[in-house]
Design a protein around this ligand. Structure first.
Ligand code: ZN
Length: 281
């Protein structure tokens, strides 16, 4: 628990930020969230860094939010970086849950989407539920052919993860199939629908990402920042931001419904049962 949950490495003009809880398939707890934020801030502040790569150590990019490891810290007070809302970890019900998810999940993801330097998600193995949010806030997604994607939270009665980008990154029909089945979808499937940029053999993943990052690093920094903002603004014009806000309400209604009927906002499901449900061991 004392080792770094996120590592930072400079490779030329690229900063490689790596989630480092491989034993737990890089399940994201708040400690990791704020370590990621610190690493991204360092990369933004370093004038020599042109591109940021987000990676996951081990066999998997990320299995999602931490809903069951010994390092789970959902009831621990958290920093406020994304929104100036209260923390209220000591208060029950929707008050606590809305505060945490506004800041730690939706807010932080939105904050990272605004980072003025191009970000590439380097994805292998599992990219599931909360893991999708991390990949989606990056500008490019390059994955290995063994990568798979799933959002199984409809099994909990919840309409998708907090950063509800599904219809915008997949198109509405594929988004529905993705959500309605909760199944694992392959890298090839994601590529066909434009959710990822490139799929390469696992052995070539790092070199491919390096090559694309180097290519981008040759462009003028301010031009990249403006181009990124331009496309993000276009996505928002297509309803991304407003859509996410409205679905965040449905998401919290689902948590509240679960708490009301099953005394558990996750409908009694944990990491193991979720993994089994999506076809894992
Ligand atoms: Zn939630």
């Amino acid at each position: 628990m004392t080792e770094d949950v996120v590592t930072y490495e400079r490779r030329g003009a690229t900063a490689v930020v790596t989630m480092n809880r491989p034993r737990y398939r890089n399940a994201q707890n708040s400690a990791m969230t704020y370590a990621l934020d610190a690493a991204f801030t360092r990369a933004v502040d370093d004038a020599e860094v042109k591109v940021i790569v987000l990676a996951g150590a081990g066999d998997h990019f990320s299995a999602g939010h931490d809903i069951g490891t010994p390092g789970r810290d959902v009831d621990v007070s958290f920093e406020r970086k994304a929104v100036l809302w209260w923390d209220h970890v000591d208060r029950p019900g929707g008050d606590q849950r809305f505060a945490r998810e506004s800041e730690v999940y939706l807010g932080m993801c939105r904050r990272w989407r605004e980072i003025p330097k191009p970000m590439i998600a380097m994805v292998q193995g599992a990219c599931v539920a909360g893991g999708l949010m991390l990949a989606w806030v990056c500008d490019l997604i390059i994955c290995s052919d063994d990568a798979f994607f799933a959002d199984p939270v409809v099994r909990m009665g919840i309409p998708g993860v907090e950063y509800f980008a599904h219809p915008w990154v997949l198109g509405p029909r594929a988004a529905k199939e993705f959500l309605f089945t909760g199944d694992r979808f392959s890298a090839a499937w994601a590529l066909e629908r434009g959710m990822v940029n490139r799929v390469v053999p696992r052995a070539e993943l790092e070199s491919e990402v390096d090559a694309v990052a180097a290519r981008i690093a040759g462009m003028p920094q301010f031009g990249l920042a403006l181009a990124k903002k331009a496309v993000n603004q276009a996505e928002d014009q297509m309803g991304l931001r407003a859509g996410m806000d409205s679905v965040f309400g449905l998401h919290h209604f689902a948590h509240a419904h679960n708490a009301e009927v099953s005394a558990d906002p996750l409908a009694g499901l944990d990491a193991r049962s979720m993994k089994r449900a999506t076809g894992g061991q």
